[in-house]
Design a protein around this ligand. Structure first.
Ligand SMILES: NC(=O)C1=CN([C@@H]2O[C@H](COP(=O)(O)OP(=O)(O)OC[C@H]3O[C@@H](n4cnc5c(N)ncnc54)[C@H](O)[C@@H]3O)[C@@H](O)[C@H]2O)C=CC1
Ligand SMILES: NCC(=O)COP(=O)(O)O
Length: 351
């Protein structure tokens, strides 16, 4: 028996770089010192990518469910019977179909508690659409699966953490979707995640404006005055150290972000462009606010380099370790809260 965490891995689009970065990551024997990986896919599809990646020494052990896990080995749950046609670098129906089969099985095991966390390899958000998956991304699918009212797309690295108020929505809908309630809800999720998942005791959070120059006192848009500032004030009255709104254009370039534990951006590209510019290789996408832990690399399917053995596995490996850290932080936090040291006793003892 081992106390290593069981980390589930969904393979994403079989025509993208998902299996390449999984295989490269799991080929490093040091990984098994920290966790027991279980890949949800199929050994035949993995063999295709193993050949393309020229990693010959990695052999998956097939198991039927996570209770059969072999420790210090890469485990594979075969999620379908049939042969899959791989058209590397192409967007195909099969790419979406098998990405979903992998994700569906992994998420079931995650929610049931059979695995400790899930790391997802990239999907194509269009070809995965089906009767059971009608969402713009993993984030929204997992939020619904978990029955959560809100979640936070939270991009994290050693130097920068960025969450977004609005996620996968068209740009034309951004302004109307930003409300004080939504900003406050995201700030609460971010604050709680920083405390419980990253162990930042008193997080300092920067909030970006929506308009150029954060509206310039209402001259270039009123959302800052009418919506964002009231939300920040409300957050502060809830004991959240939120600051801003900051003008987004210079905020990252002049290093202001380094003074904060995290940044709340108003929309996807406002936050993710600077994040990827600063931390693309090591960045991790974490879905905060859920009962379970899910991370992913901060990039997509990269069809342009799929099958060419050019993909970097660094972000995927970081996603794996971030998931392990968050699970451990949550567990230890719960244990500490179960047995808190009474302050009065502590101070008496000191006297
Ligand atoms: N979590 C997820 O499942 C995500 C899925 N996607 C999906 O991926 C598909 C492609 O999206 P794009 O915008 O093209 O972004 P992308 O991240 O797939 O590619 C952008 C550029 O970065 C390069 N790149 C990406 N990952 C790399 C790696 N590990 N090593 C070396 N180079 C790498 C690619 O070759 C490409 O030139 C879309 O369908 C999108 O929806 C995008 C982001 C996240
Ligand atoms: N660029 C981040 C992103 O698209 C996240 O997508 P998903 O994790 O919700 O699938």
């Amino acid at each position: 028996m081992s106390d290593k965490l069981k980390i589930g891995i969904s393979i994403g689009d079989v025509n993208g770089i998902g299996l390449e970065i999984i295989i490269k990551t799991l080929a490093d024997s040091k990984i098994y010192d920290y966790c027991t990986p279980i890949v949800y896919g199929h050994t035949k599809v993995a063999s295709f990518h193993r050949r393309a990646t020229q990693v010959n020494e990695l052999n998956f052990l097939v198991i039927n469910d996570p209770s059969q896990t072999h420790f210090r080995k890469p485990n594979m749950i075969n999620c379908w019977e049939e042969d899959v046609k791989i058209d590397i670098g192409q967007v195909t129906e099969a790419g979406g179909k098998y990405a979903f089969k992998s994700l569906e099985r992994a998420v079931y095991d995650l929610k049931e508690g059979y695995i400790d966390a899930l790391v997802t390899a990239p999907i194509n958000k269009d070809n995965i659409q089906n009767d059971k998956f009608h969402f713009p991304g993993h984030t929204e699918y997992l939020q619904q699966y978990d029955g959560a009212a809100e979640s936070l797309m939270f991009l994290v690295s050693d130097t920068l953490r960025v969450g977004v108020v609005t996620g996968h929505i068209p740009v034309s809908k951004i302004a109307e979707s930003i409300t004080a309630e939504k900003i406050l809800a995201k700030l609460k999720l971010m604050n709680t995640s920083l405390q419980n998942d990253f162990w930042v005791r008193k997080p300092k959070i920067a909030v970006l404006g929506l308009n150029p120059h954060a509206g310039d006192n209402g001259l270039i848009g009123s959302e800052e005055k009418d919506i964002i500032m009231p939300a920040i004030e409300e957050a502060r009255s809830n004991n959240i150290l939120a600051f801003g709104p900051y003008s987004a254009d210079g905020f990252f370039a002049n290093g202001t972000y380094l003074q904060f534990d995290a940044v709340l951006a108003m929309y996807h590209d406002q936050g993710l462009i600077p994040f990827k510019q600063i931390a693309f290789e090591t960045g991790v996408n974490f879905t905060a606010g859920l009962s379970f832990v899910r991370t992913s690399p901060d990039h997509g399917t990269a069809y342009d380099i799929a099958g060419k053995n050019q993909a970097s596995e660094i972000s995927f490996r970081e996603a794996l370790f971030t998931a392990i850290h968050i699970v451990k932080n949550r567990k230890e936090g719960l244990e500490l809260n179960e047995n808190p040291l009474l302050f009065s006793k502590l101070s008496r003892d000191r006297d």
